[in-house]
Design a protein. Structure first.
Length: 304
């Protein structure tokens, strides 16, 4: 699906005059791909890479345009089950046109960065900046979810919460790889500023993007290390909770077994001491009760 956007009053809008400077292709079909390859002269491999979630960020120069692929977080849904994924987005910068190719329909031009736009160079730089900000937002969400899961693990013996925590740790590994890849891309963009016809303001903005990406990478590394170090501790807590429950059940079983054994012993169909006493029943019951009390006192003394 193609969406054409115009730059008016510093903003992107779908209404305007003449040829739109920004084209956005969302999950292009075969006809659109053929048009981009044959008419716009996009490289087929680069076009396919823009739709591949496993592709690394990179910058390539073609005769008539520059091809830029960067990583951004995939829109999270309940079906993802605590797994945060990343997707690729392709940006093809021509002299007076910007073509964006993406696999999903997540919102791209939202937030404060897109308030002041003067050129197509501004658009693709702010797309990268928005992707980094999106990573930071997801990191905050992952941190909140992991805190809630840790609280559940402390009181539960199920593996479900531990597996969810492991899935979050896996997500952070994906995010760290994508953020590192974006960092390499931003550095290449900074070095290739003259070929990309970037203004001094664009170059200064690239420096800000590089700083933001470095901070995002550091934050991701911290979250990943903390979550990884806590995994073993959380597994030990689950094992310890299970041992406490088993120990309590074992003590209760012993407490029930002893009076049962005594009553069964005096119920045998053979000659039993005290069988002729009129208060034999109450004596046996008292002995059984005394064993229960004895086990309870021993449990308390040994602090089981």
């Amino acid at each position: 699906m193609l969406t054409q956007l115009y730059i008016r009053d510093g903003r992107l809008t779908e209404t305007g005059e003449g040829d739109a400077p920004v084209w956005v292709y969302t999950a292009p079909d075969e006809t659109e791909r053929k048009y981009l390859i044959e008419q716009i002269k996009l490289d087929e491999h680069t076009l396919n890479s823009a739709l591949d979630p496993d592709e690394l960020s990179r910058l390539e120069f073609e005769p008539e345009h520059a091809a830029i692929i960067f990583k951004r977080p995939k829109r999270y849904t309940a079906e993802d089950n605590f797994l945060f994924r990343v997707v690729s987005t392709g940006v093809f910068l021509f002299k007076d046109r910007l073509i964006i190719v993406r696999a999903d329909d997540a919102a791209l031009f939202e937030g404060k960065p897109f308030i002041k736009i003067l050129s197509v160079q501004d658009v693709f730089l702010k797309l990268i900046y928005r992707a980094i900000s999106h990573f930071v937002e997801h990191l905050r969400g992952i941190n909140m979810i992991s805190t809630e899961l840790e609280q559940q693990i402390n009181i539960a013996m199920e593996n479900k919460y531990l597996l969810n925590l492991f899935t979050l740790e896996k997500s952070l590994v994906y995010y760290l790889s994508a953020i590192n890849s974006n960092g390499v891309l931003v550095e290449r963009l900074r070095n290739a500023a003259p070929k990309l016809v970037l203004s001094p303001e664009n170059v200064e903005f690239l420096d800000d993007i590089l700083v933001e990406n470095s901070q995002c990478r550091g934050q991701t590394e911290i979250y990943s290390q903390v979550l990884s170090s806590l995994m073993d501790a959380r597994a030990s807590i689950i094992s310890n909770n299970l041992n406490v429950r088993i120990k309590a059940l074992t003590i209760i079983t012993i407490g029930i077994m002893l009076p049962t054994f005594i009553v069964s012993l005096f119920s045998m169909n053979v000659g039993i001491p005290m069988s002729g006493l009129p208060y034999a029943f109450w004596i046996i019951t008292g002995i059984a009760a005394a064993t229960v009390v004895g086990v309870a006192l021993l449990w308390r003394k040994l602090r089981w």
